[in-house]
Design a protein around this ligand. Structure first.
Ligand code: DMJ
Length: 575
């Protein structure tokens, strides 16, 4: 017995030494953070400056020919039908760059851009746009920038800003409303900004298309006091949730007039992804129990029916039987969502698989056949997508494990090696030959560069609580907008006096202080701060736990978190 105890202690001591060696901040990490964030900044400006020179005020840059494309009306429109002659672009990439400019600290360029948009942008155009795409890119970009322009840091020179972005956002939001005029409340996928829903418009939409509008439209309602936007988005979400199967799974496409499913196959990638994301993020932002009561069973159903080890396949929503064994590039957002849900070990293992495919090809192919371990014969492209960088950022925030910085570096190296051209960053047409395509998507500036930058420099987030939309635009968690924030919650002025060996001050990006921030974790008989929705306090054991007491309380649900065998704190929804 005594010998066994000694053995256990040796193992414990070895483990502690192992952790200890990685606890102390290696000066090389600080140097790496500096070097890499500078590298990403350069990437962002290479993309931005080329857009401003060759494409602004049109929508997106064509980096190979140094020209432009008015792509807002093409997004989600694979057949390019009903393309309008009148549409001349909406400076889409500029709108998408606004929050990244702020995060990188370029307030003067942000102000210049805000003023230009204030004076020149109009949505009174004959343009049939995809509601989802226009919502996440344009409405999301505008409301987020409006909040950043008017927050306490006063980024706009006084007097120059008179809520023009909010006026524009409200004008756009009003143009969305006709899309919701259906018997089910589910919105049409397409709406013409000038004329509303077109005659003979398709009634088919996707789960993400009608189920991920609540963040932007909810915030628009909170900012304007007009409840119609939030009401419409929430009603659609409720209808959609009501269409779930007895297994709590949802299909991929549906008919907005009849409320019937068209495609019963259920997954976490294209056509569904942001539906899950918005349930949880809207719960974090608005605190409504109704949203949590949707997210939790939805998440559990994914884990039960779609997960295969660290991979996720698709399954028939009615039977739970596997349909397609495919990894899609869009699925790589999932580990980031798992971090927010507190399932850090689940996030870690699925992230590793996505990264292994990235390493295999140099970037992530759009579709990869899991059962054959090969690329899909036609979907071989990589359009500069952000999802793997996004998840890497969340996992680094949750664990502070420097391995995620290595992953970020590897992503940055690949982007520079394969996609950087003189005129910007070009999408990859075929990852097996690295042949390029003449398109720099706006989400490269809104998301890819932003998450890579935040991975190495999160100073923007210190002392503040933000939820990032699916397009990477930050929205603040505010008491005024939240159903459950207690009075002790102080969102913007509260700073922590936590120090990391005298080297690092501040709190993590995920510190959603929804539960009171003190008196939650009694260790050694004293009261202490408990930080974050999803990970343990910044100073303990290099962000790893030894027992449940290290983990504190989940800030959004106020439930005690527990410590996994791997040393990560979480809610462990499956237990
Ligand atoms: C972005 O426009 C958003 O993240 C969206 O939810 C799906 N993915 C693209 C970028 O890949």
């Amino acid at each position: 017995m005594a010998i066994r105890n000694v053995g256990i202690w040796i193992v414990v001591l070895l483990l502690m030494m192992l952790f200890q060696s990685s606890i102390s901040e290696d000066p090389r990490w600080a140097a790496k953070r500096k070097r890499m964030s500078e590298k990403v900044r350069k990437m962002f400006y290479h993309a931005y400056d080329n857009y401003m020179t060759h494409a602004f005020p049109y929508d997106e840059l064509k980096p190979l020919t140094k020209s432009y494309t008015n792509s807002l009306v093409e997004l989600g429109n694979l057949k390019l039908e009903h393309l309008s002659q009148e549409y001349n672009g909406s400076a889409l990439t500029l709108i998408e760059s606004l929050s990244s400019l702020v995060i990188m600290g370029n307030n003067s360029e942000f102000e210049r851009a805000v003023l230009w948009l204030s004076e020149n942008l109009s949505f009174d155009v004959d343009a049939r746009t995809n509601l989802f795409e226009c919502n996440i890119r344009v409405l999301g970009g505008l409301v987020s920038a409006h909040i950043l322009a008017t927050d306490s840091t006063n980024r706009m020179v006084q007097g120059h800003y008179k809520n023009q972005l909010l006026v524009l956002a409200e004008d756009l939001g009003r143009r969305f409303l006709p899309a919701f005029n259906t018997p089910t409340g589910l919105p049409y996928a397409w709406v013409n900004l000038k004329y509303g829903v077109m005659e003979n418009e398709t009634t088919e939409t996707s789960t993400s298309g009608c189920g991920s509008l609540i963040l932007e439209m909810g915030v628009l309602s909170r900012l304007t006091g007009d409840p119609r936007y939030e009401f419409s988005a929430m009603r659609a979400l409720r209808t959609l949730w009501g269409m779930r199967s007895s297994l709590n799974l949802l299909g991929t496409t549906l008919n907005v007039e009849t409320g019937e499913w068209i495609e019963y196959s259920s997954g976490i990638g294209a056509g569904v992804d942001s539906f899950y994301e918005y349930l949880l993020k809207a719960y974090i932002l608005f605190g409504s129990d109704e949203l949590w009561s949707m997210f939790q069973p939805a998440y559990l159903a994914v884990q039960k029916y779609l997960r295969h080890g660290p991979w996720y396949h698709e399954a028939d929503m009615r039977t739970g039987m596997a349909t397609y064994w495919q990894l899609t590039s869009l699925q790589a957002f999932w580990p980031g969502l798992q971090v927010l849900a507190g399932d850090v070990s689940g996030a870690n293992s699925s992230h590793r698989e996505f990264f292994s495919v990235w390493k295999k090809y140099g970037v992530l192919p759009e579709r990869y056949l899991l059962d054959h371990q090969i690329i899909h014969p036609t979907e071989k492209y990589y359009p500069l997508r952000p999802e793997l960088a996004e998840s890497t950022f969340y996992l680094y925030q949750a664990t502070k494990d420097p391995w995620y910085m290595d992953v970020g570096e590897s992503i940055i190296d690949s982007l520079n090696l394969y996609t950087k051209v003189e005129g910007g960053f070009a999408s990859i047409k075929d990852v097996t030959s690295m042949e390029l395509e003449d398109h720099q998507h706006s989400f490269f500036l809104a998301e890819t560069c932003k998450y890579l930058y935040l991975l190495f420099n999160d100073s923007f987030l210190v002392g503040r609580n933000y939820v990032f939309t699916t397009e990477g635009h930050p929205l603040p968690v505010l008491r005024a907008w939240h159903d459950r924030l207690p009075d002790t919650y102080i969102p913007s002025t509260h700073t922590y006096s936590i120090e990391n060996g005298g080297r690092e001050k501040g709190v993590s990006a995920m510190s959603l202080q929804i539960c009171p921030a003190t008196n939650l974790n009694h260790r050694d008989g004293y009261e202490e701060h408990v930080e974050s929705v999803c990970h343990i306090r910044d100073l303990v054991n290099n962000h790893r736990c030894f027992n449940d007491e290290d983990c504190g309380v989940d800030a959004t649900s106020c439930r005690q978190r527990s410590c996994s065998i791997a040393g990560f704190c979480g809610l462990w929804l499956l237990t």
